[in-house]
Design a protein around this ligand. Sequence first.
Ligand code: 13P
Length: 238
Amino acid sequence: MLRQYVIGNWKMHGSVGQIRSVVRELLRAGLGTNVALCVPYPYIALTKSLLMEAESALQLGAQDVCEYHIGAYTGEVSAAMLADVGCEMVIVGHSERRRYFGESSETAARKVRAALDGGLFPVYCVGETLEQRQSGIARDIIAEELQVLAGVPTSLYAVAYEPSWAVGTGVVATPEQIAEMHAFIKGTLDARTRVLYGGSVKGDNAGQVLAVDGVDGVLVGGAALSAAEFLDICREAR
Ligand code: 13P
């Protein structure tokens, strides 16, 4: 069995100093290829050079990618550029992109395609809001979001189930809720689809989340900013 993934999403946090100190501390722990860091664009090259210096197996990723391949798209970053500076993966369709930047599943579908064309491994995020869950349409929302992956071979991507009510709130989905949604996602796509859970994963609850049936890893936000906390999570990966 492949090891469970632990992917840190730094979101719009960090500085040169913070990247240096956190990455150096992570490097001392000698993490493997199942662990990845998705840092803000300006820090990708710096992180890559720190990883190379230490000959680390830790993977590097971005948090978004342009849907277009090349051209006059001011402010955008292409998949080829991300691969060129050493990224292996990219987060696509995060709930914060959908919520604050109006990103639709149609846009996310083009981004998944662009990532694959550029040789990157997309980590495609799906999840419902609290309102959607309370009105009983969580599965419908996720099924609609999963259509983005239609026709893409299972081995080329991972899905992250991140209910937006659990993202940055300190409220973790229960093991039952996680098991149910991961089974639904695998049932909709393919039993072999790698499905990660994201939403308030911390050092003290990672063991419980990673023990849930159907959880192939975690996507970690806030807790990835502290090396000690992130390492506690990595230690729970089977
Ligand atoms: P938190 O771990 O801060 O809740 O964020 C989760 C997330 O959005 C990871 O992509």
